[in-house]
Design a protein around this ligand. Structure first.
Ligand code: GTP
Length: 304
């Protein structure tokens, strides 16, 4: 069963919280905050699906709380309905300019509150679905090529700004054409999905796995140096080599993968540069017999 959406009610007056809560508690999970500061803290920790935000509050008013929410990484996407007795045009314009999704006038009318909340949540749901479709690979649920490249550029900017390490692994299933040819595309697709599940299970939260195209995949590892990147690539290689996909007739399709590893460098003008190094390392892994991990610019290790 899917959980009811969570709504954060923000108002400094308990009577107003009570009224809104009674209007919404049957269909939604309710969170409560009684000041702007409290609202920001609760929103960051709880990540509600919607915030109903009173405009006039002492200390930090609703507009200031909204401004801070929209500037944050964690609150930019949370829909906000401003609840206010202040019906001046300028207040509404300021609220919309700051990124409010809708307004509810005080004193609140329960069916209007319910209808506006429903509308905003439906729009939010559609927007999430659109983002998912635009960023996820349909077959594997990993990041799609465009999103993976965008993330790569983002990580490269971080490497340049904060000088932290970021590893990159490029992986390619070995002899995948033969799997398709021998067992058919449906089994090939199952193999790609099984491979993707292994990737997802092995990488840490914060790592980014994407399908670059066909049977080629990439993993970005923020805050991971060269040796850590190799360890992870080796772990993936080993797990894939132990994966067998049962096919009709009682036999199994055995998968192996080759991997090329490198680091994003502050001197890379584009993410593409790092990908080219990973690709060159992957080429060497293939040339040396497949089912192995190779790094870029390590000729002595290539001999091992
Ligand atoms: N089933 C399936 N096959 C795909 C998909 N995308 C690409 N392929 C197949 O992946 C195969 C890639 O083959 P090649 O590039 O020759 O590489 P390979 O056979 O894996 O050989 P090496 O990479 O050299 O080990 C081709 O047969 C493509 O048709 C997909 O979404 N589903």
């Amino acid at each position: 069963m899917t959980q009811a959406p969570r709504i954060l009610l923000v108002d400094d007056l308990p009577a107003n919280i009570y009224t809104l809560s009674r209007a919404l508690a049957e269909d939604y999970q309710i969170l409560i905050a009684t000041s702007g500061a409290d609202a920001l803290q609760t929103a960051e920790q709880q990540q509600p699906d919607l915030i109903l935000l009173d405009v006039m509050m002492p200390e930090m008013d609703g507009l200031e709380a909204l401004r801070r929410l929209r500037r944050s990484d964690w609150g930019r996407q949370i829909p906000v309905i401003l609840v206010t007795a202040d019906d001046r045009t300028q207040t509404q314009v300021d609220g919309l300019d700051l990124g409010a999704d809708d307004f509810i006038a005080k004193p609140v009318v329960v069916p209007v509150v319910q209808a506006r909340v429903r509308n905003v949540l439906e729009r939010q749901c559609l927007q999430r679905e659109l983002i998912r479709l635009a960023t996820q690979d349909a077959l594997t649920d990993l990041l799609n090529r465009r999103c993976f490249f965008d993330k790569g550029e983002e990580e490269l900017r971080r490497v340049g700004r904060y000088q932290h390490a970021c590893g990159l692994i490029m992986l390619d299933l070995d002899h995948f054409k033969a799997i398709n040819d021998q067992y058919g595309h449906a089994i090939g697709d199952l193999a790609l999905q099984a491979f993707s599940r292994i990737l997802t299970a092995i990488v840490r939260a914060g790592d980014l796995a994407g399908r670059i195209g066909g049977e080629e995949f990439g993993v970005l590892l923020p805050h991971t140096d060269e040796s850590g990147t190799r360890v992870l690539a080796e772990r993936i290689r080993l797990a894939v080599s132990r994966c067998a996909i049962p096919v009709e007739g009682g036999s199994n399709v055995v998968l192996t993968t080759s991997a090329g590893v490198t680091q994003l460098l502050a001197s890379d003008s584009r993410f593409e540069k790092a990908l080219q190094r990973a690709d060159a390392a992957l080429y060497n892994a293939k040339a040396e017999g497949r089912n192995r991990v190779r790094g870029f610019a390590e000729p002595e290790k290539l001999m091992e």
